[in-house]
Design a protein around this ligand. Structure first.
Ligand SMILES: [Fe+2]
Length: 188
């Protein structure tokens, strides 16, 4: 039987604690890689006809996780940032995404100051997936026409997040917005 969106969402729900909303991200990553082997699913949501933008494929009424298709016309390199208290699992559909993870080296006691050190770099190509846990600092880079599926613990645009500048050794809080949907690519 083909492993499709319904099977993935059931497995994803099983990997999230209904009370604490803690997620087994290794398990979700494995399930997402399985889903990305489904040509019909990938073509439907990330194929040539998919419109540029961020599309919500599914939002779970029980645990609030979301499955999103990110269809990008232009490439982008994000600054180092986190997703606040939530998590994200990414799987590539078209082109690639380079993922960089950082460790924070300062103790956070100086307002607006942050020192980061690169801890890990890897490339996602279909069907490979990767994940960032709560408060994990990371950056992504993808070329023109990069397309990927992202699963998040909730609507990240409703959370306060942190954005870093490595050259300036600075960190800025990005307040939540109330647009009810992830907007643009600022929060990828
Ligand atoms: Fe991100």
């Amino acid at each position: 039987m083909t492993y499709g969106l319904e099977e993935f969402c059931n497995d994803c729900r099983s990997a999230i604690d209904p009370k604490t909303h803690e997620a087994d991200l290794d398990a979700i990553q494995g399930h997402l890689e399985h889903l990305m082997e489904n040509d019909a699913f990938v073509n439907e949501h990330c194929g040539p006809h998919a419109e540029v933008g961020i599309h919500t494929i599914f939002r779970d009424p029980e645990t609030d996780f979301m499955v999103l298709a990110h269809i990008n016309a232009k490439g982008r390199t994000s600054p180092p940032h986190d997703h606040g208290a939530s998590w994200a699992v990414y799987a590539q559909a078209v082109e690639f995404t380079d993922m960089t993870e950082f460790d924070r080296k300062d103790d956070g006691s100086k307002e607006g100051y942050a020192e980061l050190e690169v801890s890990r770099k890897y490339r996602l190509e279909r069907p490979k997936a990767g994940h960032f846990g709560p408060h994990k600092v990371h950056a992504i880079h993808f070329p023109d026409n990069g397309r990927f599926v992202r699963v998040t613990g909730t609507d990240l645009s409703r959370l306060e997040t942190l954005r870093y500048n490595m050259d300036e050794k600075s960190v800025t809080a990005v307040p939540p917005n109330d647009r009810g949907e992830i907007s643009g690519t600022a929060s990828v």
